[in-house]
Design a protein around this ligand. Structure first.
Ligand SMILES: Nc1ncnc2c1ncn2[C@@H]1O[C@H](COP(=O)(O)OP(=O)(O)OP(=O)(O)O)[C@@H](O)[C@H]1O
Length: 496
C-alpha cells in the first residue's frame, strides 16, 4: 500500500553496476580495470561468511546472527536474496497493471527478473572500483521496505539449485559485489508463446477499444472521492449516472505502463471471474491514454483497518475466515492461486460482506502444477515460497492462517522485525508461535494447526477447511458492522 523509500547500500551498489554496464556497452573488448578483488569464503570452523564488504557484513551480522547463518544457511540465503531483489526492483520500469496474471504473464515476469539479476552481465563487469571497506554509516542498509508492501516475484536460479545453501549465499553476495569469476552459463528459460507480446502500442489500443465499454467514462461517471493510490493507479469512488450506483474505479495511466499488452489479457481474464466473495470487475473504459477499471465498491474499508483497531471475537474471525476461504476455494477451482492473501487484500462492505481483492499476483496453474516464483508479502509468505521450493495452491491456506493471527493479534508474526529478518524466521522457524494460544478454543487451535503446517502435504486444502468445525461458530456477517464503524471512526475514514 505504501512505497519504498531510500536505497541504502544495495541501491548504491546497483547504481554503480548499472553505470559500469552502460560504459561497457561502448567498450566491448576493452581490458577491465579491476581495482579491487574481494575474496568471499566460508569459515570452515564458524560457518560464517568472511571477506564481505563491511556494509554487507553488518547487514548479515546485525539482522541474521552468525549462529543463525550457520544453523540455517538456506533460510539466510533466501532472506538475503529477497532483500537484494527488492532493491534491484526499484531500478525496474513501472509495473504493469495486473488484476490477474496469467501463466504467460508470469513467464514474462520471470524473464524480467532474470534480466535484473543477470549473473552473466554482472560478472562481465569486473571493473570493480567500488569503495568497499570505505563504507560509512550511511552505507548501512536501511529499512527501505514497507512492512505491508507486496513483494514482487523472486527469480528462479536454476543454475544454483544444486549448490549448498551457504555457497549459494556466497554466490549472491559475489554477484552484487562484482567479485570477478568466470561467467556462469545462463539458466535455460522455459520457452512460451507470450500472447500479444509483439503487438505495437497502436494495435494494443485498438484491441483495448474493442473490449472496453464504448461510453465516455468522464461523461458517465461522477468522481466523488479518492480512496488511495496503488502501484498502477489511483482508486476513487464514482457515481454511475446510468443507475446512480456507486462504484470503485481504478484509473490507470497507460503511458506509464511498460507492458500494455498484459492489460489486454488480464481484462479478459477478469471478465470471466465472478464470485460473491471476490471484489468483482464491472467494466472497463478507455479514454485517450487512461483506462478506467470499474469494480464493486466496498465501503467498509480493508480488514486491516479492523484488525489494527478493534478486538475481534472468535465467531467474527470464523465468519471472515469462511468468506475468505470461499473466495480462495473458488479461485483454486479455476486453477488460480491468489498468492497475496492478507488483511489488506480483504475488503469489507458496511453490511459485513467480505471480499478478496488485488489479484495482481494470481498465478494460473493447471491441475497440481507447482510454481517456483517468490511472490507475496513477506510476513504472510509460506515457508516453501521463501525457500523457493516448488509451491502450489496451499500457499493461500498458509497466508489465511497468518491472516487469522492478524485477527487475533492485530498484526502478523514478525511484523516488528525487518522484512529480511522476517523472511529468515519464516524459513528457519516454520510454524510461528501464536501468542495467547491457550486462550483459543480447541477448534480454533486445530484450524490454525491445519493452515500452518510447514509440510505442505499435511496442510489442509481450502475445501477441507470449509468443512472444519471451527467455522460452525461463525457469527452473522452483520456483526462485523459495528467493528467496521468503530475502526472508521478512529481512522477518520468514510466512503461518502
Ligand atoms: N473496490 C474497492 N472498494 C473500496 N476500496 C478499494 C477498492 N479497491 C481498492 N480500494 C482501496 O483503494 C486504495 C488503493 O487500492 P489499490 O489496489 O490501487 O492499491 P493498493 O492495494 O494500496 O496497492 P497495490 O498497487 O500494491 O495493489 C486502497 O486503500 C484500497 O483498499
Amino acid at each position: 500500500m505504501t512505497g519504498r523509500s531510500g536505497r541504502g547500500v544495495f541501491g548504491k551498489l546497483f547504481a554503480k553496476k548499472q553505470s559500469n554496464r552502460d560504459e561497457r556497452a561502448t567498450e566491448i573488448g576493452m581490458p577491465t580495470n579491476v581495482k579491487q578483488h574481494i575474496h568471499v569464503s566460508k569459515n570452515s570452523e564458524t560457518g560464517m561468511l568472511e571477506g564481505l564488504p563491511s556494509s554487507w557484513q553488518r547487514l548479515l551480522n546485525t539482522q541474521i546472527t552468525p549462529a543463525e547463518q550457520h544453523e540455517n544457511p538456506d533460510a539466510a540465503a533466501a532472506a538475503v536474496k529477497f532483500h537484494i531483489y527488492t532493491i534491484k526492483k526499484e531500478k525496474a520500469p513501472n509495473e504493469p497493471f495486473k488484476p490477474f496474471v496469467t501463466e504467460q504473464a508470469i513467464t514474462e515476469e520471470d524473464l524480467e527478473i532474470e534480466k535484473l539479476l543477470d549473473k552473466k552481465n554482472a560478472h562481465q563487469s569486473q571493473d570493480s572500483d567500488l569503495s568497499f571497506g570505505q563504507s560509512s554509516e550511511e552505507d548501512a542498509p536501511g529499512e527501505s521496505y514497507s512492512h505491508r508492501q507486496t513483494m514482487p516475484a523472486q527469480p528462479t536460479k536454476h543454475s544454483m539449485k544444486k549448490k549448498d545453501a551457504m555457497m549459494d549465499l556466497t554466490a549472491i553476495v559475489e554477484d552484487l559485489t562484482m567479485i570477478g569469476h568466470e561467467p556462469e552459463e545462463s539458466p535455460i528459460l522455459r520457452k512460451k508463446e507470450i500472447a500479444n507480446a509483439t503487438l505495437t502500442d497502436e494495435e494494443i489500443y485498438e484491441e483495448l477499444r474493442k473490449i472496453c465499454n464504448k461510453d465516455d467514462p468522464y461523461v458517465r461517471f461522477e468522481r466523488a472521492k479518492d480512496l488511495g493510490a496503488g502501484a498502477s493507479g489511483v482508486v476513487f469512488v464514482a457515481i454511475d449516472s446510468k443507475d446512480n450506483s456507486r462504484v470503485a474505479i481504478k484509473d490507470i495511466d497507460l503511458t506509464k505502463q511498460s507492458r500494455k499488452d498484459l492489460i489486454l489479457n488480464e481484462i479478459n481474464v477478469l471478465k470471466g471471474f465472478n464470485h460473491k466473495n471476490l471484489v468483482n470487475f464491472l467494466d472497463a473504459f478507455l479514454s485517450y491514454d487512461h483506462l478506467w477499471v470499474a469494480m464493486e465498491l466496498l465501503d467498509g474499508g480493508s480488514l486491516t483497518d479492523v484488525v489494527t483497531e478493534v478486538v475481534m471475537k472468535e465467531g467474527q474471525i470464523a465468519a471472515v475466515c469462511r468468506e475468505t476461504l470461499q473466495a480462495i476455494a473458488f479461485l483454486h477451482s479455476k486453477g488460480t492461486i491468489h498468492r497475496d492473501i492478507k488483511s489488506d487484500n480483504v475488503l469489507l462492505g458496511m453490511d459485513g460482506s467480505v471480499k478478496v481483492t488485488d489479484f495482481g499476483f494470481c498465478a494460473n496453474i493447471v491441475g497440481d502444477e507447482k510454481r517456483q516464483t517468490m511472490v507475496g508479502t513477506p510476513y504472510w509468505m509460506a515457508p516453501e515460497v521463501v525457500t523457493r521450493k516448488q509451491y502450489g495452491k496451499k500457499v493461500d491456506v498458509w497466508s489465511l492462517g497468518i491472516m487469522a493471527i492478524e485477527m487475533i493479534e492485530g498484526e502478523p508474526p514478525y511484523m516488528k522485525e525487518t522484512p529480511l529478518r522476517a523472511l529468515y524466521l519464516i524459513a528457519a522457524v516454520g510454524r510461528p508461535k501464536i501468542p495467547r494460544w491457550e486462550n483459543l478454543s480447541a477448534n480454533f487451535q486445530d484450524f490454525l494447526d491445519k493452515c500452518l503446517q510447514v509440510d505442505v502435504d499435511l496442510r489442509a486444502t481450502a475445501d477441507e477447511l470449509l468443512a472444519h468445525p471451527f467455522l460452525e461458530c461463525a457469527m452473522e456477517l452483520r456483526t462485523l458492522t459495528p467493528l467496521i464503524k468503530a475502526a472508521q471512526k478512529i481512522l477518520h475514514k468514510n466512503y461518502d
